[in-house]
Write a protein that binds this ligand. Structure first.
Ligand code: GLN
Length: 236
């Protein structure tokens, strides 16, 4: 399924996170190394970043590898907090720019790597609130409705209701970068200037750490905290 990447730290260029790393999202769009579901991520991409407290997005339904306009501008765009993704559309989902992560409620940027049965998502999240009929867009609207502080509970409930669901979420609001693992990979790189969360390492640095499945990750000024998601009352 899709590959995503989040950054919280010093201001860096978007190209340094997405385009320049030898195995970064641009390369992952055609040659991911750890993708278990799907072969490549050619069905669009999105780069969201905070400009102060304002989330801004550049999204497309075209493959990232051919985006020469983004390549030209990305070295001039800098941010301390980024959520980016390349997409491999789930069978039956529309291929359109509004289905490309990250999704937003105006405060958070959110990406979903995986799939979920849309019939299990509340009808109130469908339609005007969701940016697309794509499962990930409706899931994002559901998570925003429930509140980001309930993210862990929401994932546990949906995972119990849909045993085939894969629910790797990555989201940020400018001061917090949060993620869940539920059925797919996620790695952490603690750099001197900040923290990267990514579906797979963007280079061969030995400092990349794998996050175990069914965990919640929170990155903030207080550091990195991992919490297991496999019991209903776990701290989330
Ligand atoms: N289900 C989502 C979509 O169709 C996400 C797919 C993925 O993770 N590859 O876009």
């Amino acid at each position: 399924m899709c590959r995503h990447l989040g950054w919280l730290g010093a201001e860096v260029t978007l190209s340094s996170l997405v385009l320049e790393p030898p195995q970064g999202l641009r390369v992952q769009s055609y040659a991911p190394r750890r993708q278990k579901h799907g072969l490549m991520n050619a069905d669009g991409w999105g780069v969201g970043f905070f400009d102060g407290a304002i989330p801004r997005r550049w999204r497309s339904s075209a493959p990232l590898w051919g985006e020469t306009s983004f390549e030209s501008v990305a070295p001039a765009l800098r941010s301390h907090c980024v959520v980016a993704a390349v997409r491999s559309a789930t069978v039956g989902m529309p291929i359109e720019v509004s289905a490309a992560a990250p999704f937003t409620d105006g405060h958070w940027l959110l990406s979903h790597n995986g799939l979920v049965d849309r019939a299990l998502l509340p009808a109130s999240a469908i339609g005007a609130r969701a940016e697309s009929v794509c499962d990930s867009a409706i899931l994002a609207a559901t998570i925003f409705d429930r509140g980001m502080d309930a993210l862990g509970d929401t994932i546990i409930e949906l995972g119990a209701a849909d045993p085939l669901a894969r629910l790797n979420i990555l989201a940020a609001n400018g001061s917090r970068l949060v993620a869940t693992t539920w059925g797919d990979t996620l790695c952490i790189l603690r750099r001197e200037d900040g923290v990267v969360l990514a579906s797979e390492p963007y280079d061969d640095d030995p400092d990349w750490e794998d996050v175990p499945d069914r965990h919640y990750v929170e990155v903030s000024a207080d550091g990195v905290k991992l919490t297991a998601l496999d019991h209903p009352k776990g701290a989330r």
